[in-house]
Design a protein around this ligand. Structure first.
Ligand code: MLT
Length: 264
């Protein structure tokens, strides 16, 4: 489905009815990274999975954007869909946006899922690497992001045993708008540090890590869980960064147990 936000075409998937579950995807991906969760939870929930600005089928902005800007757009989307309160799940970059939403409008969310994400800002070296990535995207196009991210999204075992999954993700990234990827990259480079926010997050929170995730390691995610007042930490064995696709059964099981405990 498409809607217009700030004059720009914005895509979102909406399936099912019941308590709202808002799913925010990671970089350089779109709502399709949640397909296994959309299919599973649409029987019990109203699942809303947008493509963040400039990614997937959502038009890029002509100016630079921030993650706070993405959060403002999502609040407008919830208003348009007349969703007063939702459970919020953010994966990696979607988690960074989730922190911004928890800062701006905590009353809109009854529970929080933080999957393969981190609260801190980029150190200088990380910012420099993002700027190099933005330059490569402009110079070489979307395959700069595909080549650098695919080996980190899945384990070596999954890359070898499920080549069709790797190819599907590769194609999705190649089809992205290069400018949209540049904007998202720069928005992440200059994101706020959310470490101090953690102690203020009062809703039940589920932290989901991948045992073999090298981007947001289990160690880092366990530390984040310990700083959240009401968090449960779970780890998906044998999965790297993209836990939603690498082991959807385990991911859905943890999410289902969590959702069963949230009253909306
Ligand atoms: C993501 O999966 O969204 C990215 O790996 C996040 C990041 O690069 O910090």
């Amino acid at each position: 489905m498409f809607t217009t936000i700030h004059g720009l075409q914005t895509y979102y998937q909406e399936q099912g009815s019941g308590p709202a579950l808002l799913l925010l995807h990671g970089f350089p991906l779109d709502h399709r990274m949640w397909q296994d969760q959309i299919d599973y939870f649409k029987t019990t929930h109203r699942v809303i999975a947008p493509d963040l600005r400039g990614l997937g089928q959502s038009d890029p902005h002509k100016d630079l954007i921030t993650l706070d800007h993405l959060a403002d757009e999502l609040l407008l989307l919830l208003d348009q869909l007349q969703v007063e309160k939702a459970v919020l799940a953010g994966f990696s970059m979607g988690g960074y946006v989730a922190f911004s939403l928890m800062r701006k409008a905590p009353q809109r969310f009854a529970g929080l899922v933080l999957a393969n994400t981190r609260p801190d800002a980029d150190p200088l070296e990380g910012q420099i690497n993002r700027m190099k990535m933005a330059a490569s995207l402009l110079e070489k196009g979307t395959h700069a992001a595909a080549d650098s991210m695919i080996p980190k999204l899945l384990t070596e075992e999954t890359l070898a045993s499920r080549p069709s999954l790797a190819e599907e993700l590769n194609q999705q990234i190649l089809d992205m708008d290069a400018l949209g990827l540049v904007h998202a990259t720069l928005a992440m480079a200059f994101r706020k540090d959310s470490t101090e926010l953690l102690a203020e997050i009062e809703v039940p929170t589920l932290v989901i890590a991948g045992e073999k995730d090298t981007i947001t390691t289990p160690e880092l995610m366990r530390t984040m869980a310990s700083q959240l007042p009401q968090a449960e930490y779970v780890q998906i064995e044998g999965a790297a960064h993209l836990t939603t696709r690498e082991n959807p059964q385990a991911f859905n099981q943890h999410l289902e147990q969590f959702l069963n405990r949230i009253a909306l």
